[in-house]
Design a protein around this ligand. Structure first.
Ligand SMILES: Nc1ncnc2c1ncn2[C@@H]1O[C@H](COP(=O)(O)OP(=O)(O)OP(=O)(O)O)[C@@H](O)[C@H]1O
Length: 369
């Protein structure tokens, strides 16, 4: 899959922009606050997901304007296609000029993987960021994961409410058993799918990281399941049995505290470099490389599972990466179409092939637009 043309109107600081990217690497460079991230964000919206900056639609429309209009022309599934989005007052989504109901209808049309500084929270922050990463990545591939997760979350909400009541109404203990069974059924399913996905992405990320770091240190990713004694070889019946046992073992404590202390909502993804926690001991460059490895590994899995090559969007990824890591990124990430933003021009000498574009005040001013 390859984007052939991007046209933007009244999107953030971009009044009017047209770009014809190349098939491989496309470097978007310029000074701070010129519109580099805005361009990446605009392309990302075609993945059918929300802004990776957490922006509301209205915030993305150029100040003083009513609507933003975004169009991409791309080659996919053996033919030229197009997609358009109107944000703001008159919202709309079109694929090949046919109107669709919602932005989420774009899911799978133009798959993309994005890395931006906000994604560093994947390594730096607490477990909820990593669970969000897993849930989004697995959910994109398997709708059954989303159903099990949402069933679990509803059951968890009910169980927590009940735990608080049971303190005063012991006759409700029987009802607790029902919610436990619901949690076990959905929870074990989610655990199994997380286990499989982590084994897959862990192996792929390890290989990418080896390339990025020239084998200087080894990256490993493990499933930190909240159930005590967890073993990655557990099958579905075993996962069910162990989760049930854990819920029972924690029941008294849960009633005292009024919350469920074990289950998939307490899982984590451990990321290590040379056996040490990347969060606690990794340098800025190493942490950046870890997230990048995970993102590129995710990209490979989407490719295998969906049969479509995602577009890679790398926003401000170059800072804090040394020469050899930049070289790997610019020249060795394969045949995919990549958009990379950066401030410094001096990285261009590393680029062996590809195109570069200068962006100034929301407009393409130089390069091969
Ligand atoms: N809705 C909007 N309307 C007009 N301008 C906006 C809107 N939203 C954001 N901007 C402006 O867009 C400008 C460029 O933002 P962007 O994040 O793309 O910068 P950048 O080139 O990636 O910079 P940096 O290198 O600092 O990351 C900012 O100055 C911001 O104020």
């Amino acid at each position: 899959m390859r984007i052939k043309r991007i046209a933007l109107q009244n999107f953030r600081n971009i009044e009017q922009l047209e770009l014809r990217p190349g098939e491989g690497i496309n470097l978007i460079h310029g000074e701070n606050a010129q519109g580099k991230t805005n361009l990446i964000e605009a392309v990302w919206l075609f993945s059918g997901m929300k802004s990776f900056r957490g922006a509301r639609e209205s915030e993305m429309v150029r100040f003083g304007q009513e609507n933003a209009r975004l169009t991409v022309e791309f080659f996919s599934e053996g033919r030229d296609q197009s997609a358009s989005l109107t944000l703001g007052g008159k919202r709309g989504v079109w694929v090949n000029e046919i109107k669709r109901d919602a932005v989420s209808d774009l899911c799978g049309v133009l798959p993309a993987v994005v890395f931006s500084p906000v994604h560093l929270s994947l390594v730096k922050d607490g477990p909820s960021e990593r669970r969000r990463f897993l849930d989004t990545a697995i959910g994109q591939l398997l709708p059954s994961y989303n159903s099990a997760l949402s069933y679990y979350q509803k059951a968890l909400f009910q169980r927590n409410a009940l735990l608080r009541d049971v303190q005063y109404h012991s006759e409700l203990l029987d009802t607790l058993e029902i919610w436990d069974q619901n949690l076990v059924r959905a929870g074990a399913q989610v655990m199994l799918l997380r286990q499989r996905y982590i084994a897959r992405i862990g192996q792929a990320a390890k290989e990418v990281y080896e390339g990025i770091s020239k084998g200087r240190e080894e990256m490993n990713v493990f499933y930190q399941c909240s159930v005590e004694g967890y073993d990655p070889d557990w099958d579905l019946p075993k996962l069910r049995g162990e989760l049930e046992k854990a819920l029972r073992a924690h029941r008294a404590e849960d009633i005292r505290q009024g919350v469920t202390s074990v289950g998939i909502h307490r899982d984590d993804l451990a990321i290590t470099l040379g056996g040490l926690s990347a969060r606690l001991y990794g340098s800025q460059g190493q942490q950046r490389s870890c997230v990048l490895a995970l993102k590129l590994a995710e990209c490979g899995i989407i490719e295998e599972s969906m049969g479509k090559v995602p577009v890679i969007l790398l926003d401000d990824v170059m800072s804090e990466l040394d020469h050899s890591r930049r070289d790997y990124l610019l020249n060795r990430i394969g045949e995919r179409q990549v958009f990379i933003t950066c401030c410094e021009e001096d990285i261009f000498h590393v680029l062996q092939s590809g195109r570069s574009f200068l962006i100034e005040n929301g407009a393409i001013k130089g390069g091969e637009a």
